[in-house]
Structure formats: C-alpha cells, structure tokens
Write a new protein. Structure first.
Ligand code: ADP
Length: 487
C-alpha cells in the first residue's frame, strides 16, 4: 500500500464538476498539503451547469424512486464492491489530496464501504414494501416512505470520501436525486467516487458533482426552489448560514441535516489507569492531526493525579512523529491548508500569553515544506478561554478538585456544543450517572474517543454540534424521505 501511494507522485487527478455524466476540465490546481505539489485540477461549477443538474435530477427522480428500495440497494452494494476493488487508488488520492495518513486513508475507505452497505440494507428494509399499520376491521392502512426530490449534499475535507459517500448514498438510498458538493480542498476523491457510483449503475441524471467554493456555488445551489433537502457537514457558522438561506428561498419547506463541530471534553478522575489514559488521550487529541470533529480538545484531570499523568503525557507526545502521511511510521500528517495553519498559529500565539505551556513540538523537527503543525498541550484555568472550536492537534488541560466535578459538567454543557465526551473512571456507577447529565451525542467510557463504527456507534451531536439524526444509525435514512399513508 505504501508503494501504491508513493507511485502516485506526480499524478494529476481530475477534480472538476460532473453534470449529466460529463466531466468538465478544471483549470484550478489542487495541491498536496504535505508538499505543496500539484495533485490534480478542479473548477468552480457555473450557474448554468448547476441549473442543468437540477433539471436532470428533478426530471428523473420519480423514476429512481419508483425503482424501489431493493433495486437501489443492489446498485449501492455494487458501489461498495467497486470501492473495495479500487482500495489502493482511493487511499492514494485521499493521502495525497487531503494529507491523511495511510492508516487514516485505509480506515476511511472501509467506512465509506460500510456506509454503502448499511444504507443499502436500510433501503431494502424500509423503502421496498409499505409498513402495515393497525386500523379498524376491514380497512387497510399502509405507511410508505419515498424520496423527497433533489437533495444537496455538502461535505468537508477531513473525511473527504467517507462523509461524502455517507451523505450521497443515504440520499440515493431513500430515492432522491443528488447534487453533491465536496470541499474545495478535496474535489479529486469526490470526482473518482462519483465516477464509481455511475459505473455501479447510479443514473448519470440522478447524481451530479458540483465542485467549487461555498462563495462560488453556494448561492445557485441553495437558492434553487427545486432543493428538497440539504445534508451538510462542516462548521457551525456555515450550517447556520445555510439554514437562513433555506428558510428564505422560494419553494417548499426543506430539512437541513447538519453535522458540525465540537468542543469535546474528557474527564479523568483519580481512579483512572494512567497508562491507558495517556494512550487514549494521544489517539483522541492527535490522530488525524486533530482534524476530526470528534477530537478531544479539553482534558479535565483530577488534581491529585494531574502531575503524574501530565508528565507521562509529555513523554508520549515527544514520541509522536510529524511528516509524510504516506509513510507507515508517521503519526501526524499536515493540516489541510495555509488558512488552517494560520488559525492554529494564531491560537498558539494567544495561548503563549494566556495559558501555561505543557508540551510544544520541537520546531526543528517540523518538515520544511507543507502545512505542518506539531502537537501542542497547554494548561488553562477554565473553559472560558475557548469560545470556538480549535481544529488541529492542540490539547487544553484543566485541573479540577473532587468537589468541582459538578461544576465541570455544568461547564461542558455550557459550551453549547454536544458532540463527543470521554470519561476515565473506575468508580462503579459514575459513568452511568455522568452520561445522563452530559449533553453529548457520543460518549466514550474508559477508552479513546475515536471511532464511530457504522451501524454500531452512529455518529452525531446536538446543540451547536448539529441537528441529528446520527450518520450510520437506524434513523438517518428517514430524514431523507417523505412519509405517505394509504387507507
Ligand atoms: P471548514 O471550516 O471545515 O472548511 P466549512 O463549513 O467552511 O468548514 O466547509 C464545509 C463545506 O461547506 C465545504 O464543502 C465548503 O465549501 C462548504 N461551504 C462553505 N460555505 C458555504 C456556503 N456559503 N454555501 C454552501 N456551502 C458552503
């Protein structure tokens, strides 16, 4: 696999729009964040192409819906098969275009495959036959699910294949046409995914790839009266902006399914196992260069174990390697682009004034080229210093006394976010009691905060972290559907 990725140096992948099966050539360069080298090309989709895509998807959506859940599921299973057959190629694009490590790239393709198979099964189960509901004798009552129309799916760069695929496949499984807009940083992996979806049998008129920045394509994409729903993953600010735009546009009232950021906290009390905590903190805070919505941002440690734990944590941070994400021994690859790097450097400068440094990555070990940011750990007095999500390998530590536990929980809820939460404690009953009081979509006990296995731990938050329902969960497909009864 490492050789497969290395062999793609100098590759130039297509990353322009695909409308009605026709791929346009792009004149903008897509770069590898680890080296700054070009890896592909893309283009902003123009308003005429977006209009054509809406027309084709709206015209053919009823036929796609009538095809039924079983037939759509067979096509989506074929998408999963094709992803598996093209594993090396997909991992190579993810690593080069998004700077993800090899391990991250492989897990990501697996997650995308899982989404295809899980939603295919959902289509078979819920979208093929009506559900019979009880009614008066002699009367038959049926409840059916059908696609809403044309869905717009807007995805981020941090899981450029898995999130993109999860949204698109869910919308397709439920019987919708789709205009899919990937992040501008990662159009090539989305382009390849759409090619494979078409090859699997998703009609070219049903699924279109709309590339470009939010500023370039957001308005024509979201103002169109044919939008029947939006699935979005990205920042809380963009989700709010889209919500307002949808409320103001002509046409039907449409749902927004949003998965946004987090201000994720782990509580470690005096009964925790320090070795395990250190491993789990490293994974939770620094895996994928901290560029996961679920990543640990604030570690709350009970004061009596704090000195010992933090000294062990510093030792573990010292072992982390920063560098070429296509090498198997790299722990942390680059952050996505100059803008992300700038935000992290600004935060570090602020923390140098306002926080106590605990670990700073040795700058001499930072690669000369590429947008790399080494892991950092600082100690802060309380949460108030962190108003917004800091998206990168930056961990903030807060000490608390045993009698302050309630206050810590109150502060977690007061952030307004509610995505992931971790607890390390061996006090019987504590996990259950805290779980009930913390507002977080995904809670992890005595383990790391990484991992949302499709169908096992469905992923998604509440409050500023999103609307639900959870991706990869049993209720997700329903939000993409209309319900009809026949009596
Ligand atoms: P991030 O900070 O993670 O890049 P964003 O919310 O900016 O998060 O981006 C997530 C996705 O939303 C990307 O595909 C981006 O292009 C898209 N996006 C950003 N602004 C808009 C907008 N105004 N309208 C539609 N899509 C947008």
């Amino acid at each position: 696999m490492q050789q497969a990725v290395a062999a793609t140096t100098g590759a130039s992948w297509a990353g322009g729009p695909i409308v009605n099966g026709v791929a346009s050539k792009g004149e903008q360069t897509v770069v590898n964040p680890a080296s700054g080298e070009p890896v592909g090309h893309t283009a902003d989709t123009d308003a005429a192409q977006i209009d054509q895509a809406f027309t084709a998807a709206a015209d053919s959506q009823r036929a796609w819906n009538r095809l039924g859940g079983n037939a759509r599921a067979d096509i989506l299973d074929k998408v999963a098969d094709l992803y598996e057959q093209h594993l090396n190629e997909l991992v190579a694009i993810i690593c080069r275009e998004a700077g993800r490590t090899l391990n991250d790239g492989i897990s990501e393709v697996r997650e995308a495959v899982d989404f295809c198979r899980y939603y295919a099964n959902g289509a078979r189960k819920h979208f093929s036959e009506p559900t019979l509901l009880p009614g008066p004798t002699g009367e038959s009552n049926e409840l059916s699910l059908c696609g809403r129309g044309v869905f717009v799916c807007i995805s981020p760069w941090n899981f450029p294949l898995a999130i993109f695929t999860g949204q698109v496949v869910a919308a397709l499984a439920a019987g919708n046409g789709v205009l899919a807009k990937p992040a501008e940083q990662t159009p090539c992996i989305a382009h390849r995914a759409v090619q494979l979806m078409h090859e699997a049998g998703v009609p070219e008129k049903i699924l279109h790839l709309i590339t470009g920045t939010g500023a370039a394509v957001g308005k024509p994409l979201l103002d169109d009266p044919r939008v029947a729903g939006v699935a979005f993953t990205g920042s809380t600010e963009t989700a709010k902006h889209i919500n307002m735009q949808l409320a103001a546009k002509d046409g039907p009232i449409v749902p927004l399914i949003a998965e946004t950021g987090g201000q994720n906290v782990m509580i470690v009390d005096s009964t925790a196992l320090p070795e395990q905590v250190v491993d789990d903190v490293i994974q939770s805070a620094f895996l994928s260069a901290g560029q996961r919505c679920s990543a640990l941002r604030i570690l709350c440690v009970q004061d009596v174990i704090a000195d010992n734990l933090l000294s062990m944590l510093k030792g573990a941070c010292d072992e982390l390697t920063l560098g070429d994400p296509s090498k198997l021994d790299t722990d942390i690859g680059p952050v996505i682009d100059e803008k992300a790097l700038g935000l992290l450097e600004t935060h570090r400068a602020r923390m140098q004034q306002e926080a106590k440094p605990l670990f700073a990555f040795d700058e001499a070990k930072r690669p000369q080229r590429g947008t790399f940011f080494g892991p950092q750990v600082v100690e802060i007095e309380n949460f108030d210093l962190l108003k917004r999500e800091v998206f990168g390998p930056f961990l903030h530590v807060v000490r608390f006394k045993a009698e302050e536990l309630e206050d810590v929980i109150r502060r977690i809820n007061a952030t307004g976010y509610g995505l992931t939460f971790g607890l390390h404690s061996r006090i019987e009953g504590r996990a259950g009691a805290i779980f009930k009081r913390v507002d977080a979509g995904n809670c992890y006990v005595n383990r790391d905060m990484v991992g949302a296995v499709v169908g096992v731990n469905p992923f998604g938050g509440m409050g500023l972290s999103g609307t639900g329902p959870k991706a990869g969960g049993p209720h997700y497909l329903f939000r993409f559907a209309n319900e009809k009864t026949k009596t």
